[in-house]
Design a protein around this ligand. Structure first.
Ligand SMILES: C[S@@+](CC[C@H](N)C(=O)[O-])C[C@H]1O[C@@H](n2cnc3c(N)ncnc32)[C@H](O)[C@@H]1O
Length: 245
């Protein structure tokens, strides 16, 4: 009898230690639910870079648990779609796009998958017609320059006011295998540099005011990622305060 009691006590200790370990593991990432999900993921495979999670959470948290439409280019094994579903919550509509027809079978409750080539503008046009306006875009597809530029140009106009377009893996703009190269014309990074001029077109007649001047409220540049906020700059005027001696 005594032996059984001692064993039960030691079992309790072991269970408590495991509980403590689990607590430590999950509280390690409690600041960022995406990181928490990713490092505890035992569902479908996800392929990301570790510094992305902070950027995602910073720009996406305002959409959580709302009726949002989230569009991700690049489905691969479907793991990131499941992560977005968990992160954005039960009211979210998650849409994946991939060129690989195999990805079609990764549809599930709340998750739709469309098959097509993101470089093809006609496909993108018909996709956006089908799915309607979106709140959040994550561009994680083929990472070739034309794919990225065509996707931005065809999809950004369909991002809702206050929505977000995040494009990742932009290091490919520097990599030859992806038609990249430092300051090479045609890369997404060079394209984005021109978009900085477009945002500032109000300040110089040398730059034409275009749709991006009117609809990109801000651009956030990170290593490998740019986040575009959809919004409207309503103009500005110089203002002063304080003592000028
Ligand atoms: C980096 S993986 C996506 C990873 C996924 N988002 C994740 O986080 O686990 C890139 C995907 O883009 C797809 N892809 C490649 N070229 C494409 C194209 N032209 N149009 C659409 N998808 C493409 C590939 O089939 C692949 O599944």
């Amino acid at each position: 009898m005594k032996k059984i009691k001692i064993l039960a006590e030691s079992d309790k200790m072991i269970i408590n230690k495991i509980k403590e370990k689990i607590k430590i593991k999950s509280s390690r990432f409690s600041e960022n639910p995406l990181e928490d999900y990713f490092y505890n993921n035992n569902k479908k495979y996800i392929d990301k870079w570790e510094h992305y999670f902070d950027i995602y959470h910073k720009h996406f948290k305002k959409f959580r648990n709302n009726e949002v439409t989230v569009l991700e280019f690049g489905v691969f094994k479907g793991g990131s779609l499941q992560m977005w579903k968990d992160y954005f919550g039960k009211k979210a509509r998650i849409i994946g796009v991939d060129i690989n027809p195999e990805c079609e079978k990764l549809t599930e409750d709340q998750i739709e998958v469309y098959i097509g080539d993101q470089e093809n503008r006609d496909f993108l046009k018909s996709l956006m017609k089908k799915i309607g306006p979106v709140d959040v875009v994550i561009e994680d597809g083929g990472h070739q320059m034309k794919q990225q530029i065509h996707t931005f140009e065809e999809v950004f106009p369909h991002v809702k006011q206050d929505g977000v377009f995040l494009i990742e893996d932009l290091h490919t703009s520097y990599w030859e295998d992806y038609e990249g190269g430092l300051k090479k014309e045609g890369t997404f990074i060079e394209y984005a540099k021109n978009l900085i001029d477009s945002i500032n077109a109000h300040w110089t007649p040398e730059v034409e005011i275009n749709s991006y001047t009117k609809t990109v409220s801000s651009m956030h540049i990170y290593p490998s990622i740019i986040v575009f906020d959809k919004g409207c700059f309503k103009g500005s005027k110089p203002v002063q305060s304080g003592i000028c001696e």
